[in-house]
Design a protein around this ligand. Structure first.
Ligand SMILES: Nc1ncnc2c1ncn2[C@@H]1O[C@H](COP(=O)(O)OP(=O)(O)O)[C@@H](O)[C@H]1O
Ligand SMILES: O=C(CO)[C@@H](O)[C@H](O)COP(=O)(O)O
Length: 500
């Protein structure tokens, strides 16, 4: 029996997972690292922290599992998307990495539209809109604001590609993460020479792009000595965390949709063709499954909104179970209390860094439970926005698979079924992107013939939740009101941002 290792370089920490080829989890270790916010709206991490944590988790998985290192047939990596690691000619970091959740680059996004010749042209080049979180505006920000640092940059890597470089000594990125830089021609799987020229970014600072299942290098002697892995173990390129999450949830054929309530909220659907949303409301990225794509909507504050209630409205003195109990005691629709979940701006469907949260319809009858439940409902309305946009692109959404921390709540599962008006499926495996990375390692190392073989053998639906008709009808009415609220307050967000 072969063993496979998946690493997920997340925002809050790194997870290393060792599985048997039949999908059984053998060992799982996580190690947290800090996130720095030197200014409001900024989010940075020190790549050295990722690397230190990587060595720790790999060593402890190898040790804890007791598996013979030669039995580990492949390793692969998943990583937070878009975050930029700036390296000099000696492969040393020039400054801390600027993360996906950092919103300092609004001016550079505008520059990108201006230089590309507008949204339509930009979408023709790279299939996506310019959003603050993406990599290209971060490169331009560095050029505009830290020219001395920019002068030193000879390579820009994404987090998991930086870690893979340390494991193997080889420099690569792969299609699914490259797609999130806003510099990849997503249709043709190569850097967009046209856009790079218009943005005056040298192609020299970008790594070569390979497929997610390609072998990107092998574990070096030095790393083998440090971790207990076998020298020469193949390291497969891997993927963006959402692509890996999709693989780990069996989203490998059109018709299947992944809805994730983690810190952020994600709705993504496999797409056989690279057809971008002309209005740029949805992301179109390359999948880890070769020559496939996915369309995705991202909410910045999904579980984060729920945690905001927990920490700020309840002083963090309450646990998730009690919050769920209080919310469950309230009728669907929260007696007319509607929440807009834009605590830190929003990406989909309103690309608006200035947007903020709203409780609408507060009345004297509303109690604590209403304020909790309406957050769960508001987040789910936001997810429905993405689902509707995916459907409007003609992509099939026959089976919705829910994952992430929020999907652990039975109440939230039912709210999703009722607001989407569709059955929700839960899965037997809840290991997230690290599990998808391990499957990618398996396909890349030849342990599985392809993703379909791995998926049919390992990933099963464990539970189905059906919508309640009466609730669906009520939520449809509330969804109309929810959708009307953002346009009604939009202009005030800009004004408000000038005061803060
Ligand atoms: N029992 C629960 N009920 C409702 N929400 C939950 C529960 N457990 C976790 N969550 C939500 O899930 C989020 C964490 O999900 P997770 O998938 O671990 O996210 P991430 O990988 O982004 O850290 C938290 O922000 C929290 O709001
Ligand atoms: O920006 C995106 C996708 O476009 C985010 O989904 C990040 O990739 C999330 O990272 P984690 O919160 O899962 O670490």
């Amino acid at each position: 029996m072969a063993y496979l290792m998946g690493l997920d370089i997340g925002t809050s920490g790194i997870k290393a997972l060792l599985i048997k080829e039949d999908g059984q989890i053998v060992s799982s270790q996580t190690e947290k690292y800090p996130l720095h916010t030197p200014q409001a709206g900024w989010a940075e991490q020190n790549p050295a922290d990722w690397w230190e944590a990587t060595l720790k988790v790999i060593s402890s998985v190898v040790k804890d599992s007791g598996v013979e290192p030669a039995g580990i047939k492949g390793i692969s990596l998943s990583g937070q998307m878009h975050s930029s690691v700036f390296l000099n000619k000696d492969m040393k970091v020039v400054r801390p990495a600027i993360l996906w959740s950092d919103t300092r680059t609004s001016r550079q996004c505008q520059q990108i539209y201006d230089r590309a010749g507008g949204l339509e042209n930009l979408i023709n080049y790279v299939s996506n809109p310019a959003l603050e979180g993406f990599t290209a505006p971060k490169i331009l920000w560095l050029k505009d604001n830290e020219p001395a640092n920019y002068q030193q940059v000879s390579l820009v890597l994404l987090p998991k590609d930086y870690i893979r470089y340390h494991l193997t000594g080889e420099i690569f990125t792969e299609v699914s993460d490259a797609a999130g830089t806003l510099l990849l021609n997503v249709k043709e799987k190569k850097w967009s020479a046209e856009l790079l020229k218009k943005l005056d970014i040298s192609p020299e600072i970008l790594p070569p792009v390979i497929d997610s299942i390609d072998i990107a290098g092998r574990i070096s002697k030095n790393i083998a000595d440090k971790t207990g892995l076998k020298q020469g173990t193949p390291v497969i390129a891997g993927g963006a965390d959402n692509a890996c999450g999709a693989v780990g949830s069996g989203i490998i054929q059109e018709g299947r949709v992944m809805v994730s309530i983690g810190t952020s909220g994600v709705v993504m659907a496999q797409a056989n063709k690279p057809t971008a949303d002309k209005q740029g409301r949805m992301h179109l990225f390359n999948h880890a499954v070769p020559d496939n794509w996915y369309m995705m909507g991202v909410m910045l504050s999904a579980g984060m909104s729920f945690n905001w209630v927990k920490e700020k409205l309840f002083d963090d003195t309450i646990d998730y179970d009690r919050l769920n109990q209080l919310a469950a005691a309230v009728e669907p629709g929260s007696d007319g209390l509607v929440f807009l979940p834009y605590l830190y701006g929003e990406r989909t469907p309103h690309a608006d860094a200035n947007a903020r949260g709203v409780y609408f319809g507060i009345s004297g009858k509303h109690e604590q439970g209403h304020f909790i439940r309406s957050v769960m409902e508001g987040v789910t309305f936001g997810l429905r926005d993405s689902l509707e946009l995916i459907k409007a692109q003609g992509i099939k959404t026959e089976e919705i698979r829910a994952i992430g921390g929020g999907a652990k709540s039975q109440l939230w599962q039912q709210i999703m079924a009722d607001i989407f008006g569709q059955e929700i499926c839960l899965l037997n495996i809840e290991e997230g992107p690290a599990f998808g990375a391990a499957l990618i390692a398996g396909v890349g190392a030849g342990v599985y013939d392809n993703f379909a073989t791995a998926e049919s053998r390992i990933i099963k639906i464990s539970k189905r939740i059906s919508p309640v008709e009466e609730n669906v009808a009520h939520y449809n009415k509330l969804y109309n009101i929810y959708q009307n609220l953002y346009p009604a307050v939009k202009d005030n967000y800009r004004e408000l941002s000038k005061l803060n």
